[in-house]
Ligand binder design. Structure first.
Ligand code: ADP
Ligand code: MG
Length: 562
């Protein structure tokens, strides 16, 4: 057996601990939500591994969580008989932060306590939130299937100790030694109400000891008998009418490891070719790693209420990777693997069904909750645009959800839909015009816009990285062609009056010699030189050939090393 060792926390953990202790004091009670959540996750993991290795359960097959407190010792203990941790697990999970987005998170910290508190929440407070109320935390744990227990202990001072112990039961006890002044938490009523508030939806029983009035001592004393203090049924299996908005929100925070309320959710039991229940959420904030190509999908897969896997990417298209939630299938086999998921027709049906539900939720925001839709678009609009190229089956619905910056606005806000554009078209206008650029300011000041400004024709300003790519899948809307203001001979159709056309022809003849000369000089660099009426202020501009890559796309490809 190895002796007691003292190890240092990873620098990021030290920073996080410091921040947590100093900026989350206004919402201390969340430590319990986090620890119960971890206990529940640990039981889910055991359930999953136990599918293949039933021996992991030993003689203790019923999973559960208990919350206890000791007034004299001033401790609160959260216990579970889930998967537990080995020594290596404890060092890896309770000594470092390995989440994706860690670097971005620390880069964003400003030193402003309020702002940072919100950021920490978004990042996920997790286990380390114990130290908000405790000045010392002891974790005693034994991994299912391992004979040796481990004790991890720290006072948040930059180091922790780790040693082998005897632990007769499987799973984890987290013992919080409360800070001075936190004795309020040493109350059954207080702890129970925090559990109801944050952890009611947890599908396992959370138990506490009962209390009874002792008239001799004149106070409540704990009895040996326990009772379950939460509903302890998987939230999504209850009927909608029995679930409050608060419960949905807490469930979201639990599964998504999020701090903010979701923008919307959709809960439905689907019957038909494939039978399943889905509970899907639109988050209010984009995660730090939204642009990470390897970002995990946000859907947890259950089969008949048994947790199977996180990040079931086959259940949601990539462009909806920000959606969080669960799918509980009645048909899939319990031993389903990622490989099976890839080929299953049931899974394909679920994915199509979930995609439709999510689009429905977003449409509902667009139609009925303009402010929330604007928030949604600002956070996730760029990702949704990927769907135009990725999901041809839903392209029409997605196209209607698109919002663009436009010359009608004084700023870069993306709030003009294609339908709104069409509605505001000029008499005689039969095309949808757009300008692309790397920034809004650049697109807005493009000389190509001059003629449009003169004629009062609206132009959409497309400056997101994904726009050019998206446009290659989007050539028309409502029978109207989408046309770049920077391409080819600009044909303003009926908006160009006869007068102008005649003038153009006349100028063309007058300047014939000049043009020939210019073409000669520029022949290495320009394909053609033309007289134009596009410009009102600038003397000249570059245009791309019809069907050729735009300047912006060329630049992007160059940046990408192509
Ligand atoms: P998260 O839950 O988001 O992963 P936490 O900080 O809450 O982050 O927990 C960190 C890790 O510590 C968990 O992912 C898990 O591996 C481990 N852990 C924490 N609590 C327990 C527990 N009760 N049983 C087993 N492992 C745990
Ligand atoms: Mg956690």
């Amino acid at each position: 057996r190895s002796a007691k060792e003292t190890l240092g926390f990873q620098t990021e953990v030290k920073q996080l601990l410091h921040l947590m202790i100093h900026s989350l004091y206004s919402n201390k009670e969340i430590f319990l939500r986090e620890l119960v959540s971890n206990a529940s996750d640990a039981c889910d993991k055991l359930k999953f591994e136990g599918l293949h290795k039933p021996e992991l359960y030993g003689n203790d097959p019923t999973l559960g969580i208990t919350v206890a407190f000791d007034k004299a010792a001033r401790t609160i203990t959260i216990s579970d008989n889930g998967i537990g941790m080995t020594r290596e697990d404890a060092i890896a999970h309770l000594g470092t932060i390995a989440k994706s987005g860690t670097k971005e998170f620390f880069g964003k910290l400003s030193g402003d306590q309020q702002k940072d508190a919100a950021l920490i929440g978004q990042f996920g407070v997790g286990f380390y939130s114990s130290f908000i109320v405790a000045d010392k935390v002891t974790v005693e744990t034994r991994h299912a299937g391992s004979a040796e227990g481990v004790r991890w202990e720290s006072d948040a001072g930059g180091e922790y100790t780790i040693e082998a112990i005897d632990k007769p039961t499987r799973g984890t006890d987290v013992i919080l030694h409360l800070r001075e002044g936190e004795d309020d938490f040493l109350s059954r009523w207080r702890l129970k109400s925090i559990i109801s508030k944050y952890s009611d939806h947890i599908s396992l029983p959370i138990r506490m000891k009962k209390e009874e009035w002792d008239s001799e001592k004149n106070e409540y004393v704990t009895r040996d008998e326990e009772e379950t203090v939460n509903q302890a049924s998987a939230l999504w299996t209850r009927s909608k009418g029995d679930i409050t908005d608060e419960q949905y929100k807490e469930f979201f925070k639990h599964i998504a490891h999020e701090y903010d309320d979701p923008l919307a959710w959709s809960h439905a039991r689907v019957e038909g070719r494939s039978e399943y229940t889905q509970l899907l959420f639109l988050p209010a904030k984009a995660p730090f790693d939204l642009w990470d190509r390897n970002k995990k999908a946000g859907i947890k897969l259950y089969v008949k209420r048994v947790f199977i896997m996180d990040d079931a990417e086959q259940l949601m298209p990539t462009y909806l990777r920000f959606v969080k939630g669960i799918v509980d299938s009645a048909d899939l086999p319990l031993n389903v693997s990622r490989e099976i998921l890839q080929e299953s027709r049931d899974v394909k049906a679920i994915r199509e069904g979930c995609t439709k539900k999510v689009l429905g939720m977003i449409e509902d925001l667009a139609d009925n909750r303009a402010d929330d839709f604007a928030k949604f678009w600002a956070e996730f609009g760029q990702v949704l645009k990927e769907g135009i190229g990725e999901d041809s089956a839903n392209k029409e619905r997605l196209t209607k959800l698109l919002r663009f910056a436009s010359t009608r606005n004084a700023d870069a806000t993306q709030n003009v839909s294609l339908a709104a554009y069409v509605e505001a078209m000029k008499e005689g206008q039969d095309k949808i015009y757009y300008a692309t650029g790397e920034t809004w300011a650049q697109a807005k000041s493009s000389p190509h816009l001059e003629v449009f400004r003169k004629k009062g024709v609206e132009v959409l300003l497309l400056t997101d990285r994904v726009d050019e790519w998206m446009l290659s899948f989007l050539s028309e809307f409502d029978g109207k062609e989408l046309v770049s203001v920077a391409k080819g001979g600009l044909d303003l159709g009926a908006m160009q009056d006869e007068e102008e056309k005649k003038q153009a022809e006349a100028v063309e003849t007058d300047y014939k010699l000049v043009l020939e000369k210019m073409k000669g000089v520029l022949k290495e660099r320009a394909k053609d030189v033309r007289v134009t009426f596009r410009l009102t202020d600038s003397p000249s501009c570059l245009v791309a050939d019809e069907g050729e890559m735009s300047a912006t796309l060329q630049r992007l490809l160059k940046q990408a090393g192509q």
